[in-house]
Design a protein around this ligand. Structure first.
Ligand SMILES: Nc1nc2c(c(=O)[nH]1)N[C@H]1C(S)=C(S)[C@@H](COP(=O)(O)O)O[C@H]1N2
Ligand SMILES: [Mo]
Length: 274
């Protein structure tokens, strides 16, 4: 395994730098929250619960601290990404067109905007990649660790899955309207993410899905994601092994059942945490 010598590895300094940076990010996210709100209004996807400006800051802070009992921030690095490496092409057959690509979302508290074009499939709320790109963007240089024993350092750019979750409003255990900020424990426990053809799929617990470094990415090392790396949209979750970093996202489902997971079915640990 080759590590980039320019990357900083001193963990304490890393964490100090990180907390400063997280603070800056919280501000950046708050500054862009107005744009996100307008996205909601124009796209009319929200269930009518306003997401006040001041809450964006609180959300980032609270999510980064309280709810992630078992999770820490993965180290972030400064310097250059390492040379490229791809692994795994399950679910990546055929071409995708970013402009027409749809991410189907299931298991929201309010599914009244769900549509169904296909009798074989459940009705789902549909998102486009441009809607994800309109959300506050986060960049991070993190290590993608494959369970096979190698890793690469990648500069990612994307939107926080937590921000999307807060906006869309997953179904809750109580049946009451979701309050991601104050009552994340009331959200359904799991998130299942699949490729459009359902050939590759991962399950996440809600805490991992809400982790501030869990991103829906559309850029890698300063360039648009390539098809091998999961264009037009992939998950990057540096607190988990590579297997959970699903490429080419076709659907996201909030559920109370532990979702099926491609590699867990083959005997790997379902959590696959680092
Ligand atoms: N759709 C899909 N996503 C996937 C895989 C896959 O086979 N299909 N392989 C996983 C594995 S094992 C790893 S290590 C990472 C590798 O990501 P990369 O190819 O972008 O380096 O993708 C993950 N995501
Ligand atoms: Mo992997």
């Amino acid at each position: 395994m080759s590590k980039n010598p320019e990357l900083s590895h001193e963990p304490e300094a890393e964490m100090r730098r990180l907390s400063r940076r997280s603070f800056v990010w919280a501000g950046v996210a708050a500054a862009s929250a107005f744009g996100a709100l307008r996205w909601l209004d124009t796209q009319d996807l929200n269930n009518g619960i306003p997401w006040p400006f001041r809450r964006a800051l609180a959300l980032n802070e609270k999510l980064a601290r309280g709810y992630f009992r078992g999770y820490r921030l993965a180290p972030e690095f400064e310097g250059h990404a390492t040379s490229d490496r791809t692994n795994g092409d399950i679910g990546l057959d055929g071409d995708v067109d970013e402009a027409t690509h749809i991410i189907r979302v299931l298991g929201l508290h309010d599914m009244s905007r769900a549509v169904n074009h296909d009798d074989d499939k459940e009705a789902a709320v549909e998102l486009t990649v441009s809607q994800i790109k309109a959300m506050p963007a986060v960049s991070m240089l993190t290590e993608l660790k494959c369970i096979e024993g190698w890793s690469i350092f990648v500069q990612w750019k994307g939107a926080r899955l937590a921000d999307l979750i807060a906006k869309l409003g997953p179904a809750t255990r109580s049946g009451r309207a979701p309050d991601v900020l104050n009552h994340p424990d009331d959200l359904l426990e799991f998130v299942g993410i699949s490729t459009p053809d359902d050939a590759y799929y991962v399950g996440l617990d809600m805490a991992a899905a809400l982790h501030p470094q869990t991103l829906l990415c559309y850029e890698m090392n300063g360039a648009p994601l390539t098809p091998e790396h999961g264009a037009p949209l992939r998950l990057v979750i540096p607190v988990k092994y590579g297997v959970k970093n699903i490429k080419r996202i076709g659907s996201i489902r909030f559920t109370s059942q532990r979702p099926k997971d491609y590699w867990a079915e083959l005997g790997y640990d379902w959590y696959a945490g680092l």
